[in-house]
Ligand binder design. Structure first.
Ligand SMILES: Cc1cc2nc3c(=O)[nH]c(=O)nc-3n(C[C@H](O)[C@H](O)[C@H](O)COP(=O)(O)OP(=O)(O)OC[C@H]3O[C@@H](n4cnc5c(N)ncnc54)[C@H](O)[C@@H]3O)c2cc1C
Length: 395
């Protein structure tokens, strides 16, 4: 086997999954994560259709089920706070739903014995030479690896170093997202509430145990500038943009002040012509961040499985494996990007008329037979990629 020493950047979902499968296929893996420890937090992520297969193949489906959110319906409220529709769980929570942070921990636990994890560091340069990649780090000593995998999310550092600045791949939607944990002052029990005012969406959903809730805020705001690493500034922005909204918002804003897990990002998509370059490959959001509704977590894991499988099938020869990897995952990545392209206006319609129109369409959509039709469509997108049994494949 060639190219056995592999560096992975990012220890969230795609990174540990890549480590899991590469270890299993006989490669040795190092994961470097910018955060000082595993990052908790994040909303619930769900799996449906073929995405379930990757959990099954990893032997982690039972463990994921043990931590599943077990969410029931999410209630859509009108401007007076009255329920106008109920989203059935299979619509929003797929076949199994788990908090991102819980999934991250499960994947880390499944790989920590066989992988070298380095927290609090990141790659500062990648220099490809004939037999590998010379890598420098912000803190650690320079090292050489055979291949490098960027699993470092939407704003991937590996992508910037190997493919060029993010701007050339990025499509902004004009929408933004803020997610954090708050006390469950509403007493929600495995259920969620959805409330809108023009250009502002609010989703509150109970977390397992019901002591706390996940708050997800979607909003459009033209020309919003902010520092990605300045959480204080992000909290201030949210406070400003959600000021004066009644309903439960004042209490949620108070909880935001105390939240230590704010996730704040622009809803943008990454459109790349290639997911690999030389000895570098991108998996998950680093390659095709689609945004909410794009099945990003399932595909992040599936893409990591495919990359490891193709490398093993090619005896580690990346010049054979990388083009096959791209061919295999691109249709699913494109389907995810397409599916998520209009999530913003759907989650935070810009006017009262559009909020009411969306709520009316929810009422229809959540009734049979439209619901079955919609669920079949959602699974169709998730099923764009079928996982091969790579043990049997040799090129
Ligand atoms: C804390 C957190 C909360 C999230 N919350 C939500 C949410 O509420 N809703 C939603 O839709 N999506 C959320 N996401 C994104 C979601 O996890 C991904 O869309 C999806 O699961 C695909 O995962 P990924 O592993 O490709 O990327 P990500 O989950 O984004 O993981 C990327 C990882 O790389 C690390 N990283 C970033 N830059 C570097 C670097 N230069 N060097 C080394 N490591 C780096 C990050 O710290 C992170 O651990 C969240 C991600 C994180 C990390």
């Amino acid at each position: 086997m060639r190219n056995t020493r592999i560096l992975i950047s990012g220890a969230s979902i795609a990174g540990p999954t890549a480590a899991f499968w590469l270890n299993r296929r006989g490669f040795s893996t190092t994961v470097v994560e910018r955060a000082p420890a595993l990052r908790a937090g994040g909303q619930a992520v769900d799996f449906r259709g073929n995405q379930m297969d990757v959990l099954r193949r990893m032997g982690l489906l039972d463990e994921v089920r043990r931590h599943q959110t077990g969410m029931g319906p999410q209630l859509v409220l009108d401007e007076s706070g009255k329920q106008v529709a109920a989203m059935p769980p299979e619509f929003i929570s797929g076949e199994v739903e788990i908090l991102r942070g819980d999934l991250n921990r499960i994947l880390y636990d499944a790989t920590k014995a066989g992988t070298e994890y380095v927290f609090g560091d990141w790659i500062t340069s990648l220099t490809e030479v004939a037999d590998g990649v010379e890598v420098t780090f912000a803190h650690g000593a320079p090292r050489k690896f055979d291949l490098v995998i960027g699993a470092d999310g939407l704003h991937s550092g590996v992508r910037a170093l190997a493919f060029g600045p993010e701007q050339q791949f990025r499509k902004d939607t004009g929408y933004h997202f803020a997610g954090f944990t708050a006390p469950n002052h509403l007493g929600l029990d495995r259920t969620g509430l959805i409330y809108n005012v023009p250009a502002r969406g609010i989703m509150v959903g109970s977390k397992p145990g019901n002591a706390t809730v996940n708050v997800g805020l979607w909003f459009s705001e033209a020309g919003l500038g902010y520092d990605r690493r300045d959480v204080g500034q992000q909290k201030k922005i949210v406070r400003e943009l959600y000021r004066g909204i009644g309903w439960e918002m004042p209490k949620l804003l108070d909880a935001l002040d105390n939240a230590d897990d704010l996730y704040f990002d622009t809803l943008c998509q990454m459109h790349l012509e290639h997911y690999t370059k030389g000895r570098v490959a991108l998996v998950g959001d680093a390659g095709w961040g689609a945004g909410p509704g794009g099945g990003g977590t399932g595909l992040a894991m599936m893409s990591a499985y495919v990359l490891a499988g193709e490398l093993a099938a090619a005896g580690g020869d990346h010049t054979v494996a990388f083009p096959r990897y791209e061919t295999e995952v691109r249709p699913a990545a494109e389907a995810g990007l397409k599916q998520a392209a209009n999530a913003g206006p759907f989650l935070a319609p810009p006017t009262t008329v559009k909020i009411r129109r969306r709520n009316r369409s929810y009422k229809l959509l959540f009734r049979q037979p439209l619901l079955s039709l919609f669920l079949r469509m959602a699974v169709k997108a998730a099923n764009t990629l079928s996982l091969k049994d790579y043990c049997a494949v040799r090129y």
